[in-house]
Design a binder for this molecule. Sequence first.
Ligand code: ZN
Length: 326
Amino acid sequence: MTDQLVYALAAEGQLRCMAAVTTRLVEEACRRHGTFPTASAALGRALTGGLLMGAGSKDLEKITLQFHCDGPLGNIIVQADPHGKVRGYVSNPAADSINGNSRGKLDVRAIVGSGMLHVIRDAGFEIGLMKEPYRGMVPIVSGEIGEDIAYYLAKSEQINSAVGLGVLVEFEDGTSEESLSSVEAALERLRVRAAGGFIIQVMPSAEENLIAKVEQTISTAPASTEMIAGGMTPAEMLRTLVGDLGLVTLEEKEPRFACQCSSARARLIISALGRDEVEDMLIRDGGAELTCHFCNATYKISADELKEILKDETDVRCQSDSIADS
Ligand code: ZN
């Protein structure tokens, strides 16, 4: 099944519902970053959470989630736009913690620890709109990601929300972690079997008995990963979660892992370092290499390109000198 992100309303607008299947994009993120099983679950949950929080927002709005964690995982940074593009990374992809035996549950809380969750919603900065971004911050109260997002939404945005996020990973061909010769070989065989989740928000106008009813259906619904592994679409998940409350789908899109980096941007970053630094790179290293944190792509800048950057800079300088002279 392809990934899918759905934004819907239910109970005549008293409930705002977002759900997503993100199996493919989470697997791509994990492969790019070489994340271990528990780090994969943490990153996948955060990527899905970012997408769900960004769904249904205005065209230019971008949402950034920063989990500053004191556990072995370090930080989780995720950025999503309302079109379903998301990117993200964790500081330590090798963080791992499995409860009990190798068939045990991935212990996300153990690698996240405590810390702070920062959320930034900004609109239009990239096209020069200087609107102040909305910033919110709450302590990490759970470390399971979904509960932390629910806490943030309640405390900072004053919206009561039920949040469910899940990632199910497994090793291909029934291979166990121990039987593989190296960490690299193990990671090669790591697959994301199901990833996704939902956010259901209760609007302030909602009736008391509606809230009780939804709480009841959500608490009896299967876990997100179970529904997704069973082949359910996001709309079917929502129907299971809210019951017969007249679900109306407003938007449906295919989310994907997408970064904004490019070799042109890499060049721009290098030239912004200034003449001395670029000359130094040329003499000392005979080139430069830049890796994007968000997607782990590496850009190599050759010696010739560095010379070109230095030449461009000289040209610009000469031009501005002559303008100053005239
Ligand atoms: Zn990138």
